[in-house]
Design a protein around this ligand. Structure first.
Ligand code: HEC
Length: 123
């Protein structure tokens, strides 16, 4: 009888521990994604052309003419300007006749996060 009680207490403690540890894991994953949503979006949508570091050397870059912009390059070489406004315009409208299409479908909030990330690459 006594052993039985001890056992059920042990099981309860174990269950609480399992629930607790699982919550921790979930929070960790969410934290990682929330760490830099702009970077996440950039890697998903832009790095195939602009490269993982933004140098314009992604795997698809070789076949494009004009080439994807080196996002660290001098502002004078940019068509819409290397400002937050310019980058936002590029993402909203694309640059017609080039591989740079519009990313309006991602939504204003995501475009702002990507723009912030691109600006951070230029620092
Ligand atoms: C299919 C390849 C491709 C993808 C994907 C792509 N781009 Fe581009 N991007 C280009 C090309 C090509 C140019 C150069 C256009 C030109 O010279 O007129 C360019 C130019 C740019 C420029 C410079 C605009 C200027 O003012 O000159 C920015 C900023 C930019 N891209 C950001 C992005 C971001 C951010 C993403 C992801 C949301 C992205 N691009 C996805 C091909 C791509």
């Amino acid at each position: 009888m006594k052993l039985n009680r001890l056992f059920s207490i042990l099981v309860s403690i174990l269950m609480v521990l399992v629930v607790f540890l699982n919550c921790g894991k979930k929070e960790e994953a969410a934290d990682e994604a929330a760490g830099n949503p702009g970077q996440e979006l950039y890697l998903q949508n832009c790095s195939s052309c602009h490269g993982e570091t933004g140098a314009g050397d992604g795997p698809a870059a070789a076949s494009l003419n004009p080439k994807p912009r080196d996002l660290m390059s001098a502002a004078k070489d940019w068509k819409n300007g290397a400002t937050a406004e310019g980058i936002n315009k590029t993402l909203q409208e694309g640059i017609s006749g080039t591989g740079m299409v519009a990313y309006k479908h991602l939504g204003d909030e995501s475009l702002k996060q990507i723009t912030d990330y691109v600006m951070s690459l230029r620092k």
